[in-house]
Design a binder for this molecule. Structure first.
Ligand SMILES: Nc1nc2c(c(=O)[nH]1)N[C@H]1C(S)=C(S)[C@@H](COP(=O)(O)O)O[C@H]1N2
Ligand SMILES: [Mo]
Length: 252
C-alpha cells in the first residue's frame, strides 16, 4: 500500500475508534502506531492523543503556511522574555562570536557549532507567522538553515524519536518529534527580515517551528539533543509547557 493511503487508513481507524468505541479504543490504536504524544496521559491525555495522532497521520509532510512579501508585518511584536542573565550579556558583548549550538544525544557525531559554522550551511528563508497562544500574531521573513541539515551532519541514529532543545536558560526547553525536526520549514534561525536576528526576537539563534504555536519557537537556542526516550527529560511530558497547562503538541 502506498504511504498516503496507508496513512489515510490509520487516520480513519483512529477517528472511527474514537467515534464508535470511545477515546480509550482510539488511544490503544494510536499507541500501536507510535502516535501517543509525551503528554498523552492524565485528564487531558486522550484529547492530546487524538489531536496529535490525527495531525501526524494527515499532515506530517504538509508545508507551513507561507505568505507573500507584501504581508510582512510592519511592526512585529516581540513578546516579553526574562531579563538576560550575565552569561548572555557576556556573549552579546563579544558580538556572539563565542555563541555555540551543542548537538548531541542519539547522534553518530556530536558537535558544537558557532554561528559562523551554521552560516556556512545552506541558508534558506520562509515568510511565516508567529502565532502566540494568547491570540496575537505577526508575519516575518525568517532566514536560517533547516534543522534537518544539522541533524544530517550529526548523523541521527535510527531509533531516535524526538529532538529536545534548550534556551540559554536551561529551564526553558521544548521538544518536537522527528517529523517536525526533519520538516523543511523547521529552521535554526539566524536572520529576520533584512538582517541578523534581533535580540528581542531571539537573536542570535532561534528555533522556528512554524507549524506550531509561537511557544514552540524557542529564542536564544544553545543546545539540541536527540533522544529515543522523552520521559528522561523534565517531568517527562516533552517540554515545560504541559506543566503550565499548555499542550506539548501545538499544531496550527
Ligand atoms: N527563550 C524564550 N523563547 C520564547 C519565549 C520566551 O519567553 N523565552 N516565549 C515564547 C512565546 S510564548 C511566543 S508566543 C514566542 C513569541 O515570539 P516573538 O517574541 O518573536 O513575538 O516566543 C516563544 N519563545
Ligand atoms: Mo506565546
Amino acid at each position: 500500500m502506498n504511504p498516503i493511503s496507508r496513512r489515510k487508513l490509520i487516520y480513519g481507524s483512529v477517528a472511527a475508534a474514537a467515534g464508535i468505541g470511545g477515546l480509550a479504543v482510539a488511544e490503544r490504536l494510536a499507541s500501536r502506531y507510535g502516535l501517543i504524544p509525551p503528554d498523552g496521559s492524565g485528564i487531558y491525555g486522550p484529547g492530546e492523543t487524538l489531536t496529535y495522532a490525527c495531525q501526524r497521520v494527515l499532515t506530517a509532510r504538509t508545508p507551513a503556511r507561507t505568505f507573500p512579501r507584501s504581508m510582512i508585518s510592519k511592526n512585529p511584536f516581540a513578546n516579553a522574555v526574562a531579563p538576560p542573565k550575565d552569561e548572555f550579556k557576556r556573549l552579546q558583548a563579544g558580538g556572539f562570536r563565542d555563541w555555540r549550538l551543542v548537538v548531541d544525544g542519539t547522534v553518530a557525531r556530536p558537535m558544537s557549532l558557532s554561528l559562523a559554522d551554521l552560516k556556512s550551511l545552506p541558508i534558506e528563508s520562509q515568510i511565516t507567522e508567529v502565532a502566540c497562544e494568547e491570540g496575537w500574531s505577526y508575519i516575518a521573513e525568517w532566514i536560517g538553515t533547516p534543522l534537518s541539515n544539522v541533524l544530517r551532519e550529526a548523523g541521527v541514529l535510527p531509533h531516535s524519536r524526538y529532538v529536545v532543545y534548550y534556551a540559554i536558560e536551561k529551564s526553558l526547553w521544548g521538544s518536537i518529534d522527528m517529523a517536525d525536526a526533519m520538516h523543511p520549514h523547521t529552521y535554526l534561525t539566524l536572520g529576520m527580515n533584512d538582517g541578523d536576528l534581533p535580540v528581542p526576537f531571539g537573536g542570535p539563534l532561534r528555533m522556528r517551528v512554524p507549524r506550531q504555536l509561537g511557544y514552540k519557537s524557542l529564542k536564544y537556542l544553545t543546545h539540541v539533543t536527540v533522544t529515543d526516550d522523552i520521559k528522561k527529560f523534565g517531568s517527562g511530558k516533552g517540554s515545560v509547557d504541559p506543566d503550565y497547562g499548555y499542550s506539548w503538541y501545538a499544531g496550527i
